[in-house]
Design a protein around this ligand. Sequence first.
Ligand code: GLV
Ligand code: GLV
Length: 321
Amino acid sequence: MAHVVVTRPLVEGGLTELRKDHTVTVCDPPEGAARSEEELIALADGADVLLTVLADPVTERVFAACPDLKMVAQYAVGIDNIDLDAAQAHDVVVTHTPGVLTDATADMAWALLLAAARRVPAADDYVREGQFERWETTLLLGTELADKTMGIVGLGRIGAAVARRALGFGMNVVYHNRTRANPTVERQTSAQYVELEELLSTSDVVSLHCPLNEDSRHLIDAAALGRMKDEAILVNTARGAVVDEAALVEALSAGSIAGAALDVFEDEPDVHPGLMEQDRVVLAPHLGSATTETRTEMVHMCVESIRARLSGAEEIPHRAV
Ligand code: GLV
Ligand code: GLV
């Protein structure tokens, strides 16, 4: 019997299959926002498998302190909290949950974009606060999206799903990627490849869908924000640190971009106080994959990967490293 440690509770019932053959320990959520390396090491003591989330710092120290560890199953598509080189050096398999959260995350990007463009949070406040006394011709005017240009940074699965939705809304789509997408994806999304500078200067909406790594950290800095149109809206459902949040607050305050729709933050769960004060900013607590369907499917994928690893299979499904 192997020991599987799950760092926080998942959707009900998802681990039943795993419990038949293995010891499964589900930890309470941490007191604060995240666990320290020491806390994670204490939880992982003697574990063969760790099932982790983004807030778990799976570092070299954790691998070194947990010699029994055979696998880290990440309950997310992004794996920027895991030191992948250290995982490889310690012969630990890392899996994640790509694919199943693509539509959920693309929907969230669109929900936030529409909310920012049409000022839905302010409208909701207005009604609840009892201010709706008459229909007015200039009340809460927003921005039209049809015939505008959406710039997608990172045309992977999620970026492509956002682009397909943009077609339905009558937008033109351009994209930038480190390597150009294959012709089928370009055709399906009608997205045109451009350099990042051109994307920033021509897009009315810039939506971020790249993973966080050393190349993408602060990709959207003061200079990048300076290239964007005054009317542009920035959408981030990727990782907070792709954007220099302080520079974003400055750009919004200076009116050098019009708004932002943010599901992720540089120092989650802390949000830059300057963002809280902005009227044309819509904020969400990292809900990209948060649908019942997707979160349930994500557990199934983790369980599938764990069972394969613990049965000694050669091929581990959903393997990242
Ligand atoms: C969520 O942010 C994920 O990477 O799955
Ligand atoms: C994530 O699934 C991506 O490739 O965009």
